[in-house]
Design a protein around this ligand. Structure first.
Ligand SMILES: NC(=O)C1=CN([C@@H]2O[C@H](COP(=O)(O)OP(=O)(O)OC[C@H]3O[C@@H](n4cnc5c(N)ncnc54)[C@H](OP(=O)(O)O)[C@@H]3O)[C@@H](O)[C@H]2O)C=CC1
Ligand SMILES: O=C([O-])CC(=O)C(=O)O
Length: 267
């Protein structure tokens, strides 16, 4: 299979927290190659038609996964992920914005240390984290991340600001500031800003959040200026049909993170 050189996955067991837009896609992308256990909040929540389905973090830990992917919500990551890490289970965290909360980040990292486990931040809806990590040691590096999504992705946020999205004539800047504040204000929309700041450094990263009736895709632009040169990265992502806030790329990125975790040739 393309992009999976060296993967010895047939016996690997992966847990998935959440079975929404990302969880369902991820399940479909991994089911042929991995043994999967899905955690949903309760029995009445939709889960996979086949395979294991549990409803508590204790049951997920007891199932004995080699790796767990969180694809639920920031609150779920903060509540559920520490127990996995303390049990020595590595976790790919999809709701990266949870790491914008200082106390939560401390709790997660302490749990990882206690369990000798790894908390893995995937690229998610963006790319280029290798470049951002490379320039993060340069004192003069300046990174701007702009999230630009169609109005459908911002329906609730625009309504809360008293703005009728259907009447928006042009791009509307909802926010400019730090990645932490953006992730706190828009927990379901700006995880990617926090991911960028984790890679490049919080002090170097500014975030802009734009609702734009002229775009059809979830667009993420990252500009970098540093002593090493400059970069312009732009990701024009198709929104998920089941959640307009989420790019279809995200589940692909999480699946790639799972395959990379078990690969002998790591790209
Ligand atoms: N890192 C990145 O670049 C990106 C990150 N994300 C983030 O990934 C996460 C998932 O996104 P997406 O799939 O689109 O969201 P959805 O809203 O489509 O699905 C989330 C699912 O998680 C479930 N869930 C929520 N809380 C819990 C819990 N405590 N235990 C078990 N299940 C739970 C929800 O079920 P229920 O009905 O029970 O609430 C729902 O089915 C979100 O936090 C999102 O913001 C999204 C895109 C990009
Ligand atoms: O999927 C996307 O386009 C980005 C997203 O929702 C997020 O960063 O939370």
């Amino acid at each position: 299979m393309a992009g999976t050189a060296g993967v010895a996955s047939h016996l690997r067991h992966v847990g998935l927290i959440g079975f929404g837009a990302i969880g369902r896609d991820l399940h479909g992308q991994l089911r042929a190659d991995f043994d999967l256990t899905v955690l949903t909040r309760s029995r009445d929540r939709a889960g996979p038609k086949d395979g294991r389905h549990v409803h508590s973090i204790e049951a997920l830990i007891a199932a004995g996964p080699d790796l767990v992917v969180e694809a639920a919500a920031q609150a779920a990551a903060i509540e559920l992920v520490p127990a996995l890490l303390e049990a020595g289970i590595d976790v790919v965290i999809g709701s990266t914005g949870a790491l914008g909360d200082g106390a939560a980040a401390e709790r997660l990292l302490a749990a990882a240390e206690a369990g000798v486990a790894r908390l893995i931040v995937p690229a998610g809806a963006v790319g280029g984290l290798d470049y951002l990590a490379a320039i993060s040691s340069l004192a003069d590096a300046r990174v701007t991340y702009t999230s630009r999504k169609p109005v459908a992705a911002w329906a609730g946020e625009l309504a809360a600001a008293g703005i009728d999205g259907s009447r928006l004539a042009g791009a509307h800047v909802l926010f400019e500031g730090t990645a932490r504040e953006a992730a706190r204000l828009y927990p379901r929309n700006v995880n990617a800003g926090l991911t960028v700041a984790l890679a490049a450094g919080h002090g170097r990263t500014r975030v802009r959040v734009v609702a734009d009736p002229s775009v059809t895709h979830n667009t993420h632009q990252i500009t970098v200026e540093s002593a090493a040169g400059s970069a312009l990265m732009c990701f024009t992502n198709l929104p998920s049909p089941s959640n307009p806030k989420t790019s279809t790329l995200t589940a692909l990125s999480l699946a790639a993170a799972v395959r990379r975790h078990f690969a002998t040739l790591v790209i």
